[in-house]
Design a protein around this ligand. Sequence first.
Ligand SMILES: *Cc1c(COP(=O)(O)O)cnc(C)c1O
Length: 236
Amino acid sequence: MSDNSLNNLAKRISDVHRRIYHAAMRAGRSPETVRLVAVTKHFPVSVVSEAVELGLRVFGESYVGEAASKRETIIRGNPSSSVSWHLIGHLQRNKVKKAVATFDCIHSIDSAALAGEVDAHAARAGKIQDILIQVKLSEEDTKAGIEEDRVFALAERITSSHKNLNLIGLMAMPPFFEDPELSRPFFRRLKDIRDDLAKSGIALAELSMGMSNDFETAVGEGATMVRVGSEIFGER
Ligand SMILES: *Cc1c(COP(=O)(O)O)cnc(C)c1O
């Protein structure tokens, strides 16, 4: 990357951090409770490397193979930096082993069968795998995630019988709206589901919600992880 585009990237990163900061303050939240997951899917590893140089440490990827190869390159080039990798895309059953080897956190657990598979591979790898349950909040059937009314049963099963899974929160991806205000009810809904789980004895700290178009709205509704790609790295 040229100095010019590096400066550009630095500016975009600090803009997003500043916007998260202000959105948190407006909501009466402490800005440190919001983590930026920088989404680098489809961007070359050179871009990830620049972002690491500029201080980003948490990356979101949608594809297991792509993430695994980027991760190896980053580890080779920056052995001392502690970068973490989050899977935000759908996880296929035949990719679970590699996903467990690659990701610090998996946001897209949406069935008991998948949870069981991840638990088994984590046990074999001697790892406690951080996960989130992805919730389907809209009737658009193209959206992944488990139906709302099945979240409790899945959460209960994970916390009671999967020793190698650490369930830390819920993730959702509402339909895309031009106007971020239209995403608000979906974010509020995910938070309500989280609060209901807490009342039933399953306390989860994390809400992964909000993307480039609506992350400030998500922060306003309680997001603890925002997944931002294009607003930092440009259009894919
Ligand atoms: C690509 C992607 C993002 C980031 O989207 P942008 O609009 O580029 O910020 C966030 N979450 C998921 C699940 C994604 O697939």
